[in-house]
Design a protein around this ligand. Sequence first.
Ligand SMILES: *[C@@H]1O[C@H](CO)[C@@H](O)[C@H](O)[C@H]1NC(C)=O
Ligand SMILES: *[C@@H]1O[C@H](CO)[C@@H](O)[C@H](O)[C@H]1NC(C)=O
Ligand SMILES: *[C@@H]1O[C@H](CO)[C@@H](O)[C@H](O)[C@H]1NC(C)=O
Ligand SMILES: *[C@@H]1O[C@H](CO)[C@@H](O)[C@H](O)[C@H]1NC(C)=O
Ligand SMILES: *[C@@H]1O[C@H](CO)[C@@H](O)[C@H](O)[C@H]1NC(C)=O
Ligand SMILES: *[C@@H]1O[C@H](CO)[C@@H](O)[C@H](O)[C@H]1NC(C)=O
Length: 325
Amino acid sequence: MDLQLFLIFVILSLARTKTILGNNLNNRDECITSRDIPSSDPLGCYVFNNISVDSLNGLSSLNLPPIYRDRYGFIMDPGLCITRCTDFLFEVAALRNGSQCQCGHSIDFMSSYIKTNDSICDVKCVGNLSYDCGGKDSYTVYNTKDGVLGHPLPSISISKKMEIIKNQNNDSRYQQCVKDSPYCYQRLLNGTIPPLELATMSVDKCIEFCRQNNFEFAGLEIGTQCFCAHNYDHVNQLSSDECSTSCAGDNNQICGGPLALSVYRTSEIKNNPPLQIILPIVFGGVLLLTLIALAALFIYKYKYKIRNNPPKDNEERRFSLERID
Ligand SMILES: *[C@@H]1O[C@H](CO)[C@@H](O)[C@H](O)[C@H]1NC(C)=O
Ligand SMILES: *[C@@H]1O[C@H](CO)[C@@H](O)[C@H](O)[C@H]1NC(C)=O
Ligand SMILES: *[C@@H]1O[C@H](CO)[C@@H](O)[C@H](O)[C@H]1NC(C)=O
Ligand SMILES: *[C@@H]1O[C@H](CO)[C@@H](O)[C@H](O)[C@H]1NC(C)=O
Ligand SMILES: *[C@@H]1O[C@H](CO)[C@@H](O)[C@H](O)[C@H]1NC(C)=O
Ligand SMILES: *[C@@H]1O[C@H](CO)[C@@H](O)[C@H](O)[C@H]1NC(C)=O
């Protein structure tokens, strides 16, 4: 084998072993944060009727990927899918082949899908083997109205909801939407474990809680949870639609998402003046200095010229002196 390739192989293997060991050491029995469980049984196992427009592409009507996949690849379960579909006001959440989640509206769904024998939906959910998540070509379907406990459909319109998601950074304290760790002992904002959990959670309640406990950062997750920290790893930024859950205490705000944190500063930092203010000052200053320098140069040259070429007659001399004074 090529020596270079071999070395790369060794290094990669070592790195891999290290992360695996590291995870095992930190995960303490690989505990995975428990997720919400559905509050009712599925409607059943369904297959597409092959003739209508496929109604389980609801998310794409919001310019989101039609299939929602969990970003870790091992946590998809009915609770996560129902949460996603509920966040975007869909009434139907459908799971397929163990890990795919698709959303739709109930009227369209009923006219394009046919209920079939439950035995067809026999693929276990990758995130929780206690549940079925459809089959290769069939869907285990839940009604989101029953939802998951404590995660109701938001009481606002979808257009309003999309606007709120888009405008989260109107609040100057808002930092970003970041990925949280699915492991129990590796939460991203680790100052307060377990998190503060409130059925009336809002952005301000969480920020205030963290501020009073002298933390610089506050992070909201899944609508009801509030984490605090002095610092956090900024690199795991998610797209803004991953922080999709309306705050349980105020549907006009976003409080993170499933394993996604809406992070805020607990106090406004003294912002440096914006460029619109700095630039004119700098340019104005430079311009002024240039004018002064030019004026000085002009006066100096004028005097120098007079000294070197004394005027021939008194008339001219007087004139020159007058000019200088
Ligand atoms: C899997 O589902 C069972 C039954 O609802 C639940 O008790 C358990 O907490 C779930 N596991 C996870 C990791 O969510
Ligand atoms: C739809 O088409 C697929 C593939 O051809 C087939 O397996 C399935 O049985 C059809 N479904 C219905 C309801 O006819
Ligand atoms: C569903 O399928 C199983 C096995 O294929 C069969 O034993 C059962 O009778 C079917 N149930 C219904 C309601 O068709
Ligand atoms: C279903 O999932 C299995 C295992 O994750 C994968 O190998 C297979 O390609 C998937 N099938 C479809 C139709 O998506
Ligand atoms: C946020 O800012 C956008 C554009 O800057 C504005 O249209 C919108 O009304 C603001 N939203 C809120 C809730 O202040
Ligand atoms: C908490 O997070 C900070 C910042 O990412 C990190 O430096 C620290 O080691 C973490 N503490 C624990 C106990 O995990």
